[in-house]
Design a protein around this ligand. Sequence first.
Ligand SMILES: *Cc1c(COP(=O)(O)O)cnc(C)c1O
Length: 391
Amino acid sequence: MIRKTRLFTSGPTPLLPAAQFAMAAADLHHRTPEFRAMFTKVLAQLKDFIGTKNDVILLSCSGSGAMEAAVSNLTSPGDRVMVITAGKFGERWTGISKAFGCMVDVVSAPYGQTVTLDAVKKGLKLETRVVFVQATESSTGVRHDIEGIARLLKDAKSEALLVVDGITGIGTTHLDMDAWGVDVLIGGSQKALMIPPGLSYLAVSERAWDRMEASYNPRYYFDLRKERKNAAKGESAYTPAVALIAAMGAALDYIAGQADGDLREGSKKLVDNAETCAAMVRAAATALGLPLFAPGSYAAATTAILPPDGIDSGVIVKEFKSRFGAIVTDGQGEMKGQLFRIAHIGFFDYMDTIAIIGALELVAKAKLNLPGFEYGKGLIAAQKIFEDRTK
Ligand SMILES: *Cc1c(COP(=O)(O)O)cnc(C)c1O
């Protein structure tokens, strides 16, 4: 059999063909009216995509660059900040905050669980200046309660800004930053937006813009105030990743096209799409007797699944690749060998999802020795979910 290589990873995600063509055709200079028109349009579209009235800043860097920009622009050395973490990306907040001289209070949950609001409440201090969290923790497939955390900060009359890494949350979970009072929401190009890595974006509240006036950590390339000034003129401060911006425009057009040109509605449909794909995979894994790693607080960005006792998840990852050309991911860091992850964020549909479940059954038959295994158990469970959710 031939095998087509297909990504089932939560970043990079499969590419939208229309975005690839737009990228190949993007032969333009960044100090021209043509670029300014495109950049201005994409920035406006990003607001609809995210669902915010806040200004959105687009940076030429991967998602971690935007995370660093949030820390360097909003904090000063010695600031007390809180990091809410339950995985590898949460730990990145701690690393960046420490690099910029912040005193970090870490509120954590074990891998595979979400951080409870109670723990956040206990960890919050009068002096907490910023709270950093992920909307979805891609390393474990867990979702955090951003609305609950935002409400808690409001109820406590905290002055802390709420900064949310939505890099795999945007496009997989309904987020209403303006209504909830999220101050910064961060996204990345290679996730829900179906284009290659290299761009990240931040929606920034007025409260956060005000904080930047007083904070004095060093920043140069990632100076958000400078980017905001330039963006108002349709430009970025330095040479931007022009081709990726063209691709992003095409992807946002495609998402709008899913809802008769209404990008906000299209964006919500993209979330529902990921939720359905995720529910199909959860049901299939459960029906086959494979436990979920995060049964209590699963995200729709990616599903983390446990192999049977005594089996290294690396075996499963390899089998998917060698027999089917399907790229699924192993656990990160200490979780390597202990779980595997199948993604649903971005350009995945029913056909992709049912196919990976079919492949999962063959992988299970060949390698996992599951008690009571029968072909079709996973597929039947997934079909029912799809039918129920798309009636
Ligand atoms: C992918 C990802 C990032 C950013 O990683 P980069 O490799 O820098 O793009 C950050 N947070 C989460 C939750 C992610 O999934």
